[in-house]
Design a protein around this ligand. Structure first.
Ligand SMILES: *[C@@H]1O[C@H](CO)[C@@H](O)[C@H](O)[C@H]1NC(C)=O
Ligand SMILES: CC(=O)N[C@H]1CO[C@H](CO)[C@@H](O)[C@@H]1O
Length: 337
């Protein structure tokens, strides 16, 4: 699709040197989507709701524009449920926080890119594990109703930490919470949008097939579910170290998830990935993206962790113009932008 529009554009331009192509048209990525997470609005979670500029901040749209100019076309925007729905999960949405979130979302979608709404809550609300599917359904219905007419918004349901107790029950709860979110979103009249579903145990790609197999039972009347998995390349897969296990670890860690997507006829996206700015990680990251691209009929794209205004010298910061990964890793990602 993008290749053919590029050819058409080039043909229309008549000569290769005639007109500079717009950044969107330039994308020759094997993926439908490639972009980054945008952190800030979920920061300072020990103080809720907290104060803008003290505990949390919203992404800087001018920096997002820089990344769009580089070829990124999807941004996963983190926020906290307790800041949006302050009185309870089913409570009305806070107008001021929603306004700031909407400003970022609309900026992204007006630029033709996709904005992923990510309640960065680890399956918890006010510290307690969510158990009420109906409350969660109402939360999503309330959120989706605000974005129902924007088809470049993507709803990102829920991610769970590993929960060692009552593991089997918990896994069923993850399935049911995800289904409730889908039902709430569609009930809000948001019918054109993709929904990214997440699993248990940090939604890891490397453990997806063994832990989250039951998620294949999710249903969507619009048939626009995308299974979102995360993958870091350090020894425990937590994304806390700049050292990658080996130069081949990226491809190795996604292979069982690829097999699962194919076997079940599902689509996936790598919603978070990162590696340190060093040769071993660059090779490992490239190996992983090559593996995903080789199966781009099931893998729709990938999103770096993370950009955002408050990362400082964080090892994975993709924030223009001085973030560690922006200066040191972006060139490695360029073939996929
Ligand atoms: C929204 O952003 C503005 C700055 O643009 C800030 O003054 C305000 O406090 C923010 N409100 C919330 C609730 O985040
Ligand atoms: C590296 C890092 O901090 N990654 C975090 C990103 O957000 C997910 C939740 O979506 C966390 O599980 C990761 O730890």
């Amino acid at each position: 699709m993008r290749f053919s529009s590029l050819i058409l554009l080039a043909a229309a331009a008549g000569s290769a040197v005639a007109a500079p192509l717009k950044s969107h048209a330039k994308r020759a990525s094997p993926f439908q989507w490639f972009g980054t997470n945008e952190s800030g609005a979920e920061f300072g979670e020990t103080v809720l709701p907290g104060v803008w500029g003290t505990q949390y901040i919203f992404p800087d749209t001018s920096k997002i524009q820089t990344l769009i100019d580089k070829g990124m076309n999807i941004f996963r925007v983190q926020f906290k449920m307790e800041r949006l729905a302050q009185s309870s999960m089913t409570g009305s949405l806070d107008a001021a926080y929603l306004k700031n979130l909407t400003t970022v979302v609309n900026y992204i979608t007006n630029a033709g890119a996709y904005a992923v709404l990510d309640p960065h809550n680890y399956g918890r609300y006010n510290g307690a594990i969510m158990t009420s599917t109906s409350d969660f359904q109402t939360f999503w219905q309330n959120v989706a109703s605000k974005f129902a007419s924007n088809n470049h918004v993507i709803f990102d349901t829920i991610l769970r930490e590993e929960d060692n107790e009552y593991h089997d029950m918990d896994q069923t709860l993850v399935l049911n919470l995800n289904q409730a979110a889908i039902n709430g979103i569609r009930a809000a009249g948001a019918t054109s949008q993709y929904i990214f579903v997440e699993g248990n145990s940090w939604t890891g790609a490397w453990t997806w097939a063994s832990i989250n197999d039951n998620m294949k039972a999710l249903t969507d009347p619009q048939n626009k579910i995308v299974y979102q998995m995360h993958q870091y390349l350090d020894s425990d897969g937590s994304g806390t170290s700049a050292t990658c296990v080996s130069s081949t670890i990226g491809a190795e860690r996604v292979s069982s998830a690829t097999a699962w997507l194919k076997a079940n006829g599902k689509k996936g996206i790598l919603g978070e990935f990162a590696g340190g700015v060093n040769d071993q990680c660059k090779t490992a990251v490239t190996g992983m993206l090559k593996a995903l691209a080789a199966d781009s009929e099931v893998w729709l794209g990938a999103m770096w962790w993370a950009a955002g205004p408050w990362w400082g010298d964080y090892i994975f910061s993709m924030e223009p113009e001085s973030g560690t990964a922006y200066t040191g890793m972006l060139a490695t990602l360029e073939p996929y932008l």
